[in-house]
Design a protein around this ligand. Structure first.
Ligand code: SF4
Ligand code: SF4
Length: 135
């Protein structure tokens, strides 16, 4: 069993494509939608966790890419800048997954990209733009 956290970027002509349904039924994958942003007639963005056998996962993601959906690993889309961060800890209480966390004794803030679901809650919280979403 393999699991991947991915970002699906849909061009406007594929917004209504039932991709997650097809991944579940045709490719026997488990699809957990972590975040969705779809604007009619514009691009759509879906952050998902997809699980299944490696063979099914590869086939399902190839199917999505062949359709014209851009498939990227989630970690490529969220960046934390240690240089910009002044470790004010404001983001650590708002981050729902603990991706941004503080080690209390040293008051050191760190970012674990494996835990990040790109919910973007930290973006308006950070006064120094230390966390950025790269589209
Ligand atoms: S986008 Fe920010 S708040 Fe959301 S999970 Fe990632 S680090 Fe945490
Ligand atoms: S809110 Fe910004 S500056 Fe403050 S700890 Fe988080 S990333 Fe660092």
């Amino acid at each position: 069993m393999a699991t991947k956290r991915l970002v699906f970027n849909f061009p406007p002509n594929l917004i209504e494509q039932p991709l997650t349904y097809q991944l579940i039924t045709d490719h026997k994958l488990k699809v957990n939608i972590l975040r969705a942003r779809v604007t009619p007639r514009e691009r759509g963005r879906l952050v998902v966790e997809v699980s299944g056998s490696k063979k099914n996962l590869d086939a399902g993601l190839k199917y999505a890419s062949d359709l014209g959906v851009e498939v990227k690993p989630l970690a490529q889309n969220v960046q934390w800048s240690e240089e910009r961060c002044i470790e004010c800890t404001a983001c650590t209480s708002i981050c729902p997954t603990g991706a941004l966390s503080v080690e209390r004794e040293q008051m050191r803030v760190s970012f674990n990209e494996d835990k990040c679901i790109a919910c973007e809650l930290c973006l308006p919280t950070c006064p120094y733009e230390a966390v950025q979403i790269i589209f």
